[in-house]
Design a protein around this ligand. Structure first.
Ligand code: ADQ
Length: 444
């Protein structure tokens, strides 16, 4: 059986390798579970002369973890500036937020070259290579330039806009040309696939693009939620609510997640439907992410101000309408919170997939499930049609959906949840990985 080689910017750290972790790690972890694997990526460490540094190798069961360090300068230019300051806003249709500098793009290419040079000597003849995400668009082309003839697949976890938007990026055609060196490109949705094809046809090139919507490990998450429904933190949260309904939001603090619009929607709910005043609490958990990128610092201030404004306007001495947390919550506690929450507000302005929506569904008690309010612009929307779908830019729609969810009869909640749960159970992380790999092994 051929070995599977995974390449991603970040490799799971020692703790994540043994404990339950997020969707990508779970999905890829399952993909390498039954085969021998090599997982290659950035160590998370900085070193000044990284180009000459060695690859660090660690073995866990049948998986070898191979990592390299980056210099501080590469981290700034490649990771913060180009990957997260240029590609991320572009792919999330936020053109006004794009910061493009040729030096940053050059650093991006340099890091992809570095990855290729360090990875190539570790490869065996029949390895199947699977590269992940927007940090590594040019890695396949760099490996080919070094003579690597193995099958190489690529999965983009975030959306890709059509050519009319993508062409804004000065180096778009170069990146697309390099992407054609992959044997197969996987994306989350049919729309992303069409957009990729529109980009390739604009530059007169072609490569195979298919959509493979990513999932979670639903059984594991359900068990986690069941086990933790009375965990001490969950009990404390429930006690603090004093019988009020709970609306939960769980995201990385990212401008693609639509958190300000969501808080405005919650404010409109209270203004428009006074019957919910003091009867409902919104808990927004959003650990700070990419704090080195200025747009994220700005967002932090905006969410602080908005939640402060709602609390100052409507709060009473024993009711704080919005609780905004930037510290992260352990995964098992999050699972318990999800099970207890009456409503999940998952309203990204754009999202490749959004695994939080699927985790919320998996965590519910089927006899008394909560309601999922989902952005129609999340990659999960085509699968999760039974959610209450809203346009995330429109706080009025969010307010109406919240009112509908708060007043929804149990029978309707159960019926909607059953439809959602079928989708979440069917399309697991393991199936996602297996389907991608089976198509990759067939192409050429
Ligand atoms: P993300 O943008 O990180 O991922 P998402 O898919 O929602 O978004 O979350 C990934 C994981 O992180 C989930 O397992 C979630 O539980 C966890 N997580 C998120 N917020 C958390 C919090 N506040 N505390 C603790 N854990 C939290 C990218 C793309 C997505 C795509 C995934 C997978 O942006 O569109 O769905 O990759 O392909």
């Amino acid at each position: 059986m051929s070995r599977l080689v995974l390449v991603s910017n970040r490799v799971p750290d020692v703790k994540e390798r043994v404990q339950s972790a997020g969707g990508l790690v779970v999905g890829l972890g399952e993909a390498v579970r039954d085969t021998e694997g090599l997982w290659f990526g950035w160590s998370g460490q900085h070193r000044e002369n990284a180009v000459s540094s060695d690859v660090q190798i660690e073995q866990l069961h049948r998986v070898t973890f191979a990592t390299v360090d980056l210099t501080t300068d590469q981290h700034t230019r490649f990771y913060e500036n180009f990957a997260n300051g240029t590609l991320w806003p572009l792919c999330h249709y936020r053109l006004e937020m794009i910061r493009y500098r040729r030096e940053d793009y050059e650093s991006y290419r340099e890091v992809n070259t570095l990855f290729a040079r360090k990875l190539a000597p570790l490869l065996q003849e029949d390895d199947v290579i699977w590269v992940h995400d927007y940090h590594l668009m040019t890695l396949g082309a760099e490996l080919r330039a070094l003579g690597v003839r193995n099958r190489i697949g690529y999965f983009l976890h975030i959306p890709l806009p059509p050519w009319s938007v993508t062409r804004v990026l000065p180096c778009a055609a170069e990146l697309l040309r390099d992407l054609t060196q992959y044997d197969l490109i996987g994306v989350q949705t049919e729309e992303d696939r069409e957009n990729f094809n529109s980009c390739f046809s604009a530059i007169g090139l072609f490569t195979r693009v298919e959509h493979f919507p990513i999932g979670i490990a639903p059984e594991e998450f359900r068990e986690e939620a069941r086990r933790n429904v009375d965990a001490p933190e969950v009990v404390r949260l429930m006690d603090s609510l004093r019988g009020r309904k709970l609306v939960i939001g769980v995201d990385r603090l990212d401008y693609s997640k639509g958190i300000p619009e969501r808080i405005k929607g919650f404010e409109k709910l209270i203004r428009r439907y006074p019957q919910h005043e003091a009867k409902v609490v919104m808990l927004q958990i959003a650990p700070v992410s990419r704090a080195g990128v200025s747009a994220y610092q700005h967002l932090r201030r905006e969410v602080d101000e908005l939640s402060g404004h709602v609390n100052a306007t409507f709060g009473t001495f024993d009711w704080t309408p919005v609780r905004f947390l930037t510290q992260s919550v352990p995964r098992h506690v999050l699972a318990g919170f999800h099970r207890r929450a009456d409503i999940a507000l998952v309203t990204p302005l754009r999202d490749g997939m959004n695994l939080v929506a699927k985790e919320y569904v998996a965590a519910q008690d089927g006899d008394d499930p909560g309601v999922l309010i989902l952005s129609s612009l999340a990659g999960a929307a085509p699968e999760l049609k039974a959610a209450l779908q809203v346009n995330p830019y429109d706080p009025d729609q969010i307010a109406e959906a919240l009112h509908l969810a708060l007043t929804m009869k149990k029978e309707v909640r159960k019926k909607r949840w059953r439809f959602l749960n079928v989708e979440v159970q069917r399309n697991t992380a393991a199936r996602w990985a297996a389907e991608f790999l089976s198509v990759l092994k067939e192409v050429r």
